[in-house]
Ligand binder design. Structure first.
Ligand SMILES: [Zn+2]
Length: 198
């Protein structure tokens, strides 16, 4: 089945190129495609016009718990969850579509990108490995990223309870973030948009 392998190879190259365009690190490409490291390096340089950054991927779940990253991570994971529940998208396809929707949602709400694609990818991996979970805020009802091992019986999110020591920047930042959390893409919207993106 020679022709089939050519088609599947073309798909892998397409996937790798799309991942590079979304900002994925080399380790993500190695993990999600069956292409050799050598080909991925070449492809990366061709698409980005530069060599991939060196160094390990972040290994800790702590980054996702700090204030601003936690809200962005919660936004992303919520969109990803909708996609998996309401569309046929799974795995890397769902992660990519969710990331595009996340970027679109930030743009609409005039927010800056905080979660890189590689972080979003790591977040889903941590979630699937049950190192990260979501807990419902008892005040706003939104679901937020939390450490899976912690207790969350009386969980209140970082937007409902902005720490009193928080600077003016954080307090000013919380209003547009609240709006963004409250206006998450609905399942129907996601289905339609992901169909367009596919
Ligand atoms: Zn809340």
């Amino acid at each position: 089945m020679r022709s089939k392998s050519v088609v599947s190879d073309a798909r892998q190259v397409q996937l790798a190129a799309d991942l590079v365009r979304l900002g994925a690190r080399l380790q993500v490409l190695e993990s999600e495609t069956s292409l050799s490291r050598e080909r991925l390096l070449k492809l990366y340089k061709e698409v980005k016009g530069e060599s991939p950054p060196k160094g390990m991927l972040p290994f800790s779940t702590d980054w996702f718990m700090s204030w601003m990253p936690n809200i962005h991570s919660s936004l992303y994971l919520d969109i990803y969850g909708y996609l998996v529940r309401h569309t046929p998208a799974r795995g890397i396809e769902a992660m990519m579509t969710a990331y595009r929707l996340y970027l679109e949602h930030l743009h609409v709400n005039k927010l800056e990108i905080t979660l890189s694609f590689t972080r979003a990818w790591s977040l889903v991996r941590f979630f699937e490995a049950k190192m990260i979970d979501t807990a419902q805020c008892r005040q706003c009802g939104g679901r937020y990223v939390v450490h899976a091992m912690d207790l969350h019986d009386h969980f209140v999110c970082g937007l409902c309870h902005v720490p009193s020591r928080a600077g003016k920047t954080r307090k000013a930042a919380s209003e547009p973030l609240k709006l963004a959390m409250a206006s998450l893409p609905r399942p129907a919207t996601v289905t339609r948009r992901s169909a367009v993106a596919a």
